[in-house]
Design a protein around this ligand. Structure first.
Ligand SMILES: Cc1ncc(C[n+]2csc(CCOP(=O)(O)OP(=O)(O)O)c2C)c(N)n1
Ligand code: SF4
Length: 536
C-alpha cells in the first residue's frame, strides 16, 4: 500500500494501470485529458508495456479499446462527455457484443460548461446502453472503482463506465493505492456469434444483455459504493451521487445535522435501498452534479405520494454545476457572507488568443478579404481559433461540434451562401474533417476550407497532432483536391496583404479551394525550446 496525492483523473489512470491494462486509448478533451496524459507519463517513466498513444478521435479510440478487449487485454478508453457522442456507435454496440478483456470507458462530464459546448450527462448513455456506471465521490473511490470496474466488466461481459465531473477530475487528494495486479491477457475471443452483429446474432446478444440486468441491479444493491445510512429521528432524507455526497457530508458536519443519506456510486440504481430510505423519512432531496438523472428515475420507481425535491421542482437550479453553496441554499440556509458576489465594477476578461497567435494573423487577413461580401459566412470548428468569435476579430459565424465546419459550409453553399468558408484546425481536421471533405471534393463544392495547421492540439494543452505538414499535404491532395487550388499561407503580420490576395483569388474561383495556414502554435514552440535547452 502506498499513499499518493492524485487528481481524480490521475486516480482513474492509476486504477487502470494497477488493474493490469494492456492498452489505453483516448482523444483529448477537458476535463478528461489528464487521465491519458498520466498513463502516457507512466509508460514513459516506468517503461511499462502498455500501448498508450492518442487516437484520431473518440470513435477510433473506442474501437481500438474494444479491439484490445477482443484480443484478451484489459483496456481503458478516455474522453470528455461530448466525445461519447462521437463514440456512441461503437459504445452502444459494444454493450451488445460484450467484451472479452475488461473494458473501462472513462468519461469526464463538464457540468457548468467550464470548457465545453454543453453539459450533457453521461449517465444517460450508460442507461441507454444498459451497462454499469460508477460515479466516484472522491479520488480514492476513483482509484478503487476503476480497479473494480475491470472485475465487473469481465464478470458481466460488458463495458463499464466511470463517470467523472470537472470538480473531481481536476482536484487532488490523498489516495491509498494497492499492490498492482499483473497484466491480464485472456485468450483471443473467437466467438463469431457474439462479435458479428448480424441481426440473427444481435437479437440473441441483446436478450443476453437484458438478462444480466437483474444481476447488475443485485450487484448495485449490495455494492459498498451505494451506502444507506438511516438516522432514527431524521424526517428528511438525501440521495447524493458522486461528488454531491461530499457536499452533503460537509453540510451535515457544519450544521451538526443528522440526516438519512443514501450515497449513490453505482448504477443501475439500488431500488430496495431507495425504497427503504423513502419509507423512513417524509421527503427526500436529490443532489446530483449534472442532469436530474436519479430524480427522473425515482418517478418510475416510487409511488407518486412520495415527496421528491431536487432540480426538477426548483429546489436546485435545473442547469449548471452543483456547488456546496447551492446545497446549503437548498436546505434553506442564507448565502455565506464571503460567498456573496461582490458588487465591484470589475471589467469582464473574456478569453483571448495569445498575443502573436498565428490564428489572429489569419483572421486579420480573412476579415479584410470578406469585408466586400455581405452575404458571406465563416463556419468555424472547435479549437483555439473559436476565440475568433470574440472581439477584436468577430470573424466566425458558427461553431457547433468537432468537424461541423466543412459540412456546414457545404450545406450552406448548397443553399446559396457565398462565400462559404470553413475554418478548421489540424487536429479537428484529422478528428472529423476528412470525411466531409470527401463529399466536397466529389461535388467540387464552391467552398473555401481554411486549415489552421499549427502542428498541435493547442486548445487541450498541446498534445501531438495526427495530421500536420507534409503528411497533411499528401493526404488532402490524395483525396483528389485540385493542386492549383491547394494554397499554403504563412500567417505572419508581414504577409497580411499577400494572404488577403490569396484568399480573394480563391473566393473568385468557383469550386473547392483548400488554404493551409501553416505556422506553429507559440506555446508549443516555447515548450519545445524549453525542453531542448533542458536537454543541452
Ligand atoms: C467531440 C469533442 N472531443 C474533444 C473536444 C475537446 N477539444 C476542443 S478543441 C479540440 C481540438 C483542437 O485542436 P485543433 O483543431 O488542432 O485547434 P487548435 O486548438 O490547435 O487551434 C479538442 C480536442 C471537443 N470539444 N469535442
Ligand atoms: S495556445 Fe497556441 S493556438 Fe492557442 S491561442 Fe495560444 S498561440 Fe494560439
Amino acid at each position: 500500500m502506498k499513499k499518493e496525492i492524485l487528481m481524480g483523473d490521475e486516480a482513474v489512470a492509476m486504477g487502470a494501470i494497477h488493474a493490469g491494462i494492456k492498452s489505453a486509448c483516448g482523444y483529448p478533451g477537458t476535463p478528461s485529458t489528464e487521465i491519458f496524459e498520466y498513463i502516457m507519463r507512466y509508460v514513459e517513466t516506468q517503461k511499462a508495456s502498455i500501448h498508450a498513444l492518442w487516437s484520431s478521435n473518440e470513435k477510433v479510440a473506442y474501437e481500438e479499446a474494444l479491439g484490445a478487449s477482443y484480443a484478451g487485454g484489459r483496456s481503458i478508453v478516455t474522453m470528455k462527455h461530448v466525445g461519447l457522442n462521437v463514440a456512441a456507435d461503437p459504445f452502444m454496440n459494444s454493450a451488445i457484443t460484450g467484451v472479452n478483456g475488461g473494458l473501462v470507458v472513462a468519461v469526464a462530464d463538464d457540468p457548468g460548461m467550464h470548457s465545453s459546448q454543453n453539459e450533457q450527462d453521461s449517465r444517460y448513455y450508460s442507461h441507454f446502453a444498459c451497462i454499469l456506471c460508477m460515479e466516484p465521490h472522491d479520488q480514492q473511490e476513483a482509484y478503487d472503482m476503476t480497479r473494480d470496474a475491470y472485475i465487473l466488466s469481465e464478470r458481466f461481459e460488458i463495458p463499464v463506465m466511470i463517470r467523472l465531473v470537472t470538480r473531481l477530475a481536476h482536484s487532488r487528494s490523498s489516495v491509498t493505492t494497492k499492490e498492482p495486479l499483473p497484466q491480464v491477457l485472456l485468450p483471443v475471443s473467437d466467438k463469431r456469434s457474439q462479435w458479428v452483429l448480424l441481426p440473427i446474432n444481435a437479437r440473441k446478444r441483446y436478450s443476453r444483455l437484458l438478462s444480466v440486468q437483474k444481476e447488475m441491479i443485485a450487484y448495485s444493491e449490495a455494492s459498498p459504493y451505494n451506502h444507506l445510512e438511516i438516522k432514527e429521528n431524521s424526517r428528511l432524507g438525501v440521495i447524493a451521487s458522486g461528488i454531491a455526497y461530499n457536499y452533503i457530508m460537509e453540510y451535515c458536519q457544519e450544521k451538526g445535522e443528522e440526516l438519512s443519506v443514501l450515497k449513490i456510486g453505482t448504477y443501475p440504481l439500488p431500488v430496495v435501498k431507495i425504497q427503504k430510505l423513502f419509507e423512513s423519512v417524509e421527503r427526500v432531496v436529490v443532489l446530483e452534479d449534472g442532469y436530474p438523472f436519479i430524480e427522473e428515475k425515482l418517478l418510475g420507481i416510487l409511488p407518486h405520494s412520495y415527496k421528491i425535491q431536487g432540480r426538477l421542482d426548483g429546489t436546485l437550479p435545473r442547469d449548471g454545476e452543483l456547488t456546496p453553496e447551492l446545497v446549503r441554499l437548498a436546505f434553506g440556509e442564507k448565502p455565506k457572507e464571503h460567498e456573496k458576489k461582490p458588487d465591484l465594477p470589475i471589467p469582464a476578461r473574456p478569453p483571448a488568443l495569445c498575443k502573436g497567435c498565428p490564428h489572429g494573423d489569419l483572421y486579420n487577413a480573412l476579415n479584410d478579404a470578406m469585408k466586400i461580401y455581405d452575404g458571406g459566412r465563416v463556419f468555424s470548428d472547435i479549437g483555439c481559433y473559436t476565440l475568433g468569435a470574440l472581439p477584436p476579430y468577430n470573424a466566425i459565424t458558427t461553431c457547433v461540434d468537432m468537424g461541423a465546419s466543412i459540412s456546414m459550409a457545404k450545406g450552406a453553399c448548397d443553399c446559396g451562401v457565398f462565400p462559404s468558408i470553413a475554418v478548421i484546425g489540424d487536429s479537428t481536421f484529422a478528428h472529423s474533417g476528412i470525411t466531409p471533405l470527401l463529399g466536397a471534393v466529389k461535388e467540387n463544392s464552391n467552398i473555401k476550407v481554411i486549415i489552421l495547421d499549427n502542428a498541435t492540439v493547442a486548445m487541450t494543452g498541446g498534445q501531438e497532432t495526427m495530421c500536420t505538414g507534409d503528411r497533411m499535404d499528401k493526404l488532402i491532395l490524395g483525396l483528389g483536391v485540385d493542386p492549383n487550388h491547394y494554397r499554403i499561407l504563412s500567417p505572419v503580420p508581414k504577409n497580411l496583404q499577400e494572404n488577403i490576395d490569396v484568399i480573394l483569388e480563391e473566393i473568385n474561383y468557383k469550386g473547392l479551394s483548400i488554404l493551409i495556414c501553416r505556422r506553429e502554435c507559440l506555446q508549443t514552440a516555447k515548450k519545445k525550446l524549453k525542453s531542448k535547452s533542458e536537454k543541452e
